[in-house]
Design a protein around this ligand. Structure first.
Ligand code: FAD
Length: 308
């Protein structure tokens, strides 16, 4: 199962894709899939967009990965704008297509992550409910989001941790941490989980900041917590695309090395639908599976556990 494989960590990285909006991107994305599959990622996740089209794209791409590649697909799923019954149907559709693991998320209000969250009247208020639904429908595992700096709606880190533990108690078997620029932030979250007696595998995300556009993406994902050291390293290179890219990759490799040295087993690599940055990280960090065997066969749903 995915959870067992996260624990044994014979595979050292996972990779993330997003549904493509045009044919050129879809073609580039599939070339990336074909180049990255032989490196033996533990799973390949597909994000779930706010718009209706994106949702279908997630199910289709995850299903295609299951059908046409040896990769283990993980479909992100959010509770945005859908009643529980419709979410159940999405899970059933994923299972019918051979997608057996989901990342269960609440999501953000369409188009504006900072707008107040309003659940669908017959939908879910929080991600723990989606975890339960997915497991009831028979997924092998449900992962959840974790926030090293705390989710922006959480009043403090303690409350944020309590809610993360609630998702594990609901049955989540693993968690992916939101991107941070500082490895220390991730390590502190891992410490908080361990201190709470929670043994759920926690995977950090790694996204090389290879262009000013990617810097914008990460600014959004990290609520603007951009450290001054990163600014000092990248700002002078804004007019030199090649040098900017090299420095962005160098930073990600340094972060990856630090995480591995701290005992992190699996790194979640954002592909932005292209292969080359992921390939570089896999090579520089020695993450390729030795013989890239096929993922282990499916088992029964496996959940994490928390003492508290
Ligand atoms: P929740 O766990 O529901 O948390 C939301 C807020 O409610 C938090 O402040 C939390 O502390 C609080 N809370 C949680 N449970 C309870 C409870 N039982 N009672 C009271 N308060 C509670 N978004 C997308 O749209 N598509 C994606 O594909 C996507 N992928 C992501 C991948 C990762 C790794 C991460 C970290 C985030 C991703 N997101 C994605 C963004 C995510 O949907 C947002 O960050 C969203 O605001 C929170 O989602 P959540 O699942 O953490 O929600």
């Amino acid at each position: 199962s995915l959870v067992a494989d996260l624990r044994t960590a014979r595979r050292r990285f996972s990779v993330e894709f997003s549904p493509a909006h045009d044919e050129a991107t879809a073609a580039r994305q599939w070339r990336a899939v074909e180049r990255l599959a032989p490196l033996g990622p533990l799973f390949a996740s597909v994000t779930y967009g706010a718009g209706g089209g994106d949702r279908d794209g997630t199910v289709e791409l995850a299903g295609r990965l299951a059908r046409e590649t040896p990769l283990r697909p993980v479909a992100h799923l959010t509770a945005v704008g859908q009643p529980a019954v419709a979410l159940g149907r999405v899970v059933d559709d994923l299972l019918a297509r051979g997608v057996r693991d989901v990342l269960a998320l609440r999501g953000d209000p369409d188009g504006d992550p900072r707008a107040p969250w309003t659940p669908h009247p017959e939908g879910f208020q929080h991600a723990d409910q989606l975890v339960r639904l997915a497991l009831e429908h028979g997924v092998d595992s449900a992962g959840v989001a974790a926030f090293p700096l705390g989710h922006h709606e959480s009043p403090d880190l303690e409350t944020d941790l309590r809610h993360l533990l609630g998702k594990v108690r609901a049955g989540a078997g693993w968690a992916v941490a939101q991107l941070t620029y500082d490895v220390e932030d991730f390590l502190r979250l891992r410490d908080r989980l361990v201190a709470a007696g929670c043994d759920v595998p926690l995977v950090p995300g790694l996204l090389p900041v290879t262009s000013p556009r990617v810097l914008e993406v990460t600014r959004r994902l990290t609520d603007g917590h951009e450290p001054s050291w990163l600014h000092r390293r990248l700002a002078p290179l804004l007019d030199d695309r090649g040098a900017f890219r090299e420095e962005g990759v160098r930073v990600a490799v340094e972060d990856g090395r630090r995480l591995l040295a701290e005992g992190v087993e699996v790194l979640h690599l954002y592909s932005l639908n292209a292969a080359s940055n992921v390939e570089t990280l896999v090579r520089e960090l020695g993450l390729a599976a030795p013989s890239a065997p096929a993922p282990t066969s499916q088992g029964t749903a496996e959940e994490g556990s928390c003492r508290t």
